[in-house]
Design a protein around this ligand. Structure first.
Ligand code: ZN
Length: 111
């Protein structure tokens, strides 16, 4: 099963602006939250502007994938503090076996 974040990423990957209603049609009412997660967790650079494709009564935004941050860049900008849980993770991006985050569904532990 494909997660909602993955679905959103696939939609945005064509580099075009996608209106929020498109995500609603994909049954992702919390697309804003998911997009923020993609920014934070996957390092995706996603731009947002007021929708210019439709004439919405209220404010509706559209999103576009611009690029992706380098992993090294992510570490310095995106939440280093909550990732720096053990020395191994800082260096190898892999938790130490003793680390309490080691059970997170990340990569297999090598230590
Ligand atoms: Zn729209």
């Amino acid at each position: 099963m494909i997660g909602q974040r993955e679905t959103i990423k696939q939609v945005l990957e064509d580099g075009q602006y996608h209106c929020g209603t498109e995500f609603q049609k994909l049954f992702i009412p919390e697309y804003r939250t998911r997009i923020n997660e993609l920014r934070k967790n996957a390092g995706l650079i996603i731009e947002k502007r007021r929708c210019q494709q439709h004439k919405h009564k209220g404010v509706m935004q559209e999103w576009k994938l611009v690029g992706q941050k380098e992993r090294s860049q992510m570490n310095t900008t995106a939440g280093l503090s909550d990732k720096a849980c053990c020395a191994s993770y800082i260096i190898f991006q892999i938790h130490e076996r003793a680390c309490q985050k080691a059970t997170a569904p990340a990569k297999p532990t090598l230590f």
